[in-house]
Design a protein. Structure first.
Length: 119
């Protein structure tokens, strides 16, 4: 399975960006699709995730500014980021967890896309 993320870049504080991550290859039953981020000198943290049943989970500090969504037909997950702040600057990683027909759970990571918010 390959995850191709796109949509990162440089934006001014208060601006918006939309990240996309498309999964390709042998796709089993997807448990969750989500986004994590890692800022310099910090641990990777959950941004948001969405389950196969469309239940969403957000980092508390990001609720109301970020929205996660997915397109099942395209095996693609999106992250709409609004009212961006300098502290949102990080590398954003796409994550997918899926369960195979033999009930084994697999986890995949995208290559990361840089988001830089200038103040």
């Amino acid at each position: 399975v390959q995850l191709q993320a796109s949509g990162g870049g440089l934006v001014q504080a208060g601006g918006s960006l939309r990240l996309s991550c498309a999964a390709s290859g042998t796709i089993f039953s997807i448990n969750t699709m989500g986004w994590y981020r890692q800022a310099p000198g910090k641990q990777r943290e959950l941004v948001a995730a969405v389950t196969g049943g469309c239940r969403t989970n957000y980092a508390d500090s990001l609720k109301g500014r970020f929205t996660i969504s997915k397109d099942n037909a395209k095996n693609t997950v999106y992250l709409q980021m609004n009212s961006l702040k300098s502290e949102d600057t990080a590398v954003y990683y796409c994550n997918v967890r899926m369960t195979s027909t033999t009930m084994r759970v697999y986890e995949y990571w995208g290559q990361g896309t840089q988001v830089t918010v200038s103040s």
